[in-house]
Structure formats: C-alpha cells, structure tokens
Write a protein that binds this ligand. Structure first.
Ligand SMILES: [Zn+2]
Length: 233
C-alpha cells in the first residue's frame, strides 16, 4: 500500500523527484542567468524603472505607478493597486537583466489594462486553488480511512486545481515576456547585441514556471496512480 516497497516510496521517486530536480535546476539557472546579465549594462543607460515606464507609454497606459521594493527578484505587478513594484537592483540598474525583468512586469500591467483573458482566468481561480489545497489532503485521508472512493477522488480533484492554476500561469508569464520583448524591440530600448541577453533572462524565468507545473503534475499523477483506481469494497 502507498507504493512502499522495501521502505522506499518508488512512486515518489518516479513521479515527483525528477520534477523537483528540474525545478531546482530551473531556480539555479534563473539566478545564475540574472546574475550574469546584471553586470552587462545597456549602452543607452536606461534604468529598469525607465524601461518599464517606456513599455507602459508605448501601450498608451498612464495610470500605473512604478515603485521600488526591497529584496532580490521580488519584482511583481499588483493588479488591484495598479502598481509595478521593482526590486532596488532592477529599479535603478541599467543592466540588460534588469531591463528584461522590468519590462516583463510592465507586460503584466499591459495584460491587465487590455483585459488579457488568461490573466483574468488566473485571478478568478486563485480562491478556488487556495480552498482546494487546504481541503484536498484531509478529504483524501478521510476517504482512505472510511474506504470511500468518492471522497478520495474529490481530494485528488481538489489537488488538481493547483495543477490547473500552474497551467494557466504559464501562458500569462510567457505572454508578459513576449510583450516585454516586443516593446524592447519596437522602442529600441536595447542594442541588437543586448536584446538576446534580456531574452535569455526572461526565458530562464519562464522555465521556472514550466518546472513548477511539472512538479504539480508529477504530484497529481502520483496521487492518481496510488489512489485513483481503487474500488469501494
Ligand atoms: Zn511574471
């Protein structure tokens, strides 16, 4: 039971461990890439904050504030407050990495302003996802104890909501980077030889979201494999 064999949970090793290794690699890769291109400074001397502002203006958006926050890679856009928060190093730095990250966050602000559907969907399912992750394991466990397969499957389905959330996050993130790169090119924010470096930074960031989806999917498949096919006695 539970896939244990000689004390080793091989379902965890088969379904989850490879995805966790991928996630660790992706996290290391984004840190290394960001650090590497943080020391390559744009020859136009545009800071991250200025670059984000240019992306907004290019898209005719004038009601989004750009603020500075502490931390490393804490950059984000907050839809409700309509504010882009850039970490100090991104806000002030003229590096190609900072410009890439800043324009990506501005890309989220553009998505919000233009009512980009996957972003709306993502926001709409956040409460469901939170409820799902709080209830999934209690339901699963109750189903196993009571030997009631309906409860077990409900628990797995609720866990699946977080996988759906990761799945919907992916197009939102990739689209924000695409908007950023389009704006960088159209606005001439970077020279031709600097552009690929900003793109590499954003690709490395996107891979962390692919890895997060893989981890969630691996966990879901493991649950389905272990408990999905059981029948009530
Ligand atoms: Zn993003």
């Amino acid at each position: 039971m539970f896939g244990y064999y000689y004390g080793i949970d091989w379902t965890y090793i088969v379904f989850v461990v490879p995805c966790i290794l991928l996630a660790l690699w992706a996290q290391h890769n984004v840190n290394a890439t960001f650090t590497k291109y943080s020391s390559v400074y744009s020859r136009r001397h545009i800071s991250g904050a200025q670059a984000a502002d240019m992306v907004l203006r290019q898209n005719g958006i004038h009601n989004v504030r750009i603020e500075e926050i502490s931390g490393r890679l804490t950059d984000h856009f907050e839809p409700g407050a309509n504010v882009i928060r850039l970490s100090s190093s991104v806000y002030h730095s003229t590096s190609v990495a900072s410009i890439g990250v800043a324009c990506h966050e501005a890309g989220h602000a553009v998505q919000y302003a233009k009512g980009y559907a996957p972003m709306k969907l993502r926001a709409a399912i956040i409460p469901l996802t939170n409820a799902g992750s709080a209830l999934s394991f209690p339901l699963l466990l109750a189903g196993l104890i009571l030997n009631f397969q309906g409860l077990v499957l409900s628990g797995i389905a609720l866990f699946g909501l977080s996988t759906v959330f990761q799945l919907v996050t992916l197009p939102v993130e990739i689209n924000a980077s695409r908007r950023a790169l389009t704006a960088i090119e159209a606005g001439g924010l970077l020279y031709d030889d600097e552009y690929p470096l900003a793109k590499k930074t954003l690709t490395a960031a996107a891979l962390t979201y692919v890895a997060a989806l893989a981890v969630s999917l691996g966990q879901l498949l493991r649950l389905l494999f272990l408990f999905g096919g059981r029948r009530d006695d």
